[in-house]
Design a protein. Structure first.
Length: 178
């Protein structure tokens, strides 16, 4: 009887050690997997959710995340649509823990330049917040790392001869003003 108790205690000890080891391995595996999840992955997992973005320069934009690409995302709010360059994101509030599936080949190819060229083709009137200043106007030519904006005052006719060239790196948010 004494040995049975001794060996049962030994078995229980070994089982406990295995459970601890399994738990440690599981925690380490979770940490390793989390380390591979990017902010874009988290954002793709939150499409359709209400989020609040703090952007470079202290700008804040809130709305429902509609689209998420490698270089930019589209947010829809009651005030309109906002195109946000991914590199302008400083913080996001309201993210659920879900991560989205990997982006498809098309999503990886749609750059910020593509989005700005679409706005230029649409002749959309926009408000552009940069790290330094705010501008109103319509996009014209779009280069690899710059965008030409034909400026006008809010509420004024779109025809304007004044132009400003904006570096993509300085863009914080482009708001739809149509």
């Amino acid at each position: 009887m004494r040995w049975q108790t001794l060996f049962r205690d030994l078995e229980l000890e070994l089982e406990s050690l295995y459970r601890q080891q399994d738990a440690q391995e599981t925690r380490e595996q979770i940490r390793t997997q989390l380390a591979e999840i990017s902010l874009q992955d988290r954002l793709r997992g939150n499409i359709g959710n209400q989020l609040r973005f703090t952007l470079a320069g202290g700008h804040a934009v809130q709305g429902v995340l509609d689209r998420c690409y490698a270089q930019w995302l589209l947010l829809t709010s009651s005030e309109g649509e906002a195109l946000i360059p991914a590199r302008a994101i400083a913080a996001v509030e309201g993210l659920q823990p879900a991560a989205g599936p990997p982006p498809g080949p098309t999503a990886n190819r749609l750059t910020l330049g593509h989005a700005l060229r679409a706005l230029a083709r649409d002749r959309s009137s926009v408000a552009v917040h940069t790290t330094g200043e705010h501008f109103f106007g319509m996009f014209g030519q779009i280069g690899s790392d710059w965008a030409q904006l034909r400026t006008h005052l809010p509420g004024q006719p779109r025809a304007s001869h004044a132009e400003v060239t904006l570096a993509h790196e300085a863009l914080c948010v482009v708001l739809n003003k149509n």
